[in-house]
Design a protein around this ligand. Sequence first.
Ligand code: FES
Ligand SMILES: [Fe+2]
Length: 441
Amino acid sequence: MLQERIPDLSKYVEPYRVRKEVYTDPHIFDLEMERIHERVWVYCGHESQVPKVGDYYTVQLGRQPMIMVRGKDRRVHVLHNRCPHRGNMICGDRSGNTGEFFRCSYHAWTFQHDGRLRSIPMMESGYQGTGWSRDNPDCNLKPAARVQSYRGFVFASLSRNGPGLLDFLGYSKIAFDDICDRSPEGEVEVVPNCFRVIQRSNWKIFLENQLDALHPSVTHQSTGRAAHEVEKEIEKRTGKAPLSYHMLSAFATVTIDKWDGFQTLNYPHGHCILTGYMGLRPKDPDTLEYERVLAKAYGEKRKEEILSTNIHHVLIYPGLSVQSPLQQLRAVRPLGVDKTLTEIWHFRLKGAPEPIYRRALAYYNLVNSPSTMINADDLENFWKCHTGLQSDGGDWVNFQRHFGRDTEKGGVVETGPNMGTSEAPMRNQMKAWAQYMATEK
Ligand code: FES
Ligand SMILES: [Fe+2]
């Protein structure tokens, strides 16, 4: 039915351009939810969000309200947030502890943490001969088809088919290795809670922006300049400005030509990496102490390997943008064709000195939070893009920058030297999009 209302999608995506309807047509959005977000591995949350038995967090996967819960078996389960009786959501709150079991607020059916039916009021007399019983899986909370964690990061897929999580992530799993290896204990824990931002734009516009190395020195130039002025002033007075000023001033001091000096790496399934650009290894006493702790845990050689991992952003298509050296990520939850929720989380490196956490917190607040001008400038562009795309002013979105100059080795598309502002990541995402959308089952 849905397919019949959508013209041939292969005409909508070309190697370097995409029809505007891909961003604005509600029927295409519905098909995206069915064929992408409700099928592939999507990030649910971190295991440390639900440390105790009965702890839960609700999360949206595609159009499906879901519950991530810690069971008595210590495993993390992901269940549909829907009672099998009359459809009531089991958890109305964002998060909490459900105790020994879930209890539906409507007619008191209860469920185990893994979703199995536990009890129905006066079940024997009420349901005699009906087939409703603890043996009937239709009486359970429906679990996600597949749930798997990698280094504490929990993913679920609502389809039984498709690659396993590690095959799906491929090289992009480096996002989680990098974030965890920077902890002397090899683990991170989430900092509760996250910022939530609702953007008035299509979900793909946000993802395309994540590895868009052309925009920072334009969109964020005014914020970068203002920060740089203050940074220079402080340096003049004290000899050294705090690193947090550098986090903002880099948007002005790293100019477009310098951005071209970085590289993008583009992988199967739409995942992409932008290599690092910021000097994040200062020689202040806090950092030196952190390096000592890390060397003690891993040895000098491994410490060097860990700290020289050269990543700025890892984009895990279709819904996660990870900044591993700064221990933060943004999860994208499409709510409608023109409405997108982003959850902005950050993490603590277990066993690392407190000032290293403070650095992540500074970046979180100064660059990624809704209260910073950086995020506000991006949000304005997203809304303006979406509004422009709804107009009759043109039919295509263009991703042609440095097109035809990428190199491909073993399925990985790399931008060449001095092409860091290439639109290869957008081309890669749309290639994956077209493949997903063409796959019926
Ligand atoms: S809707 Fe849940 S018990 Fe009735
Ligand atoms: Fe930006």
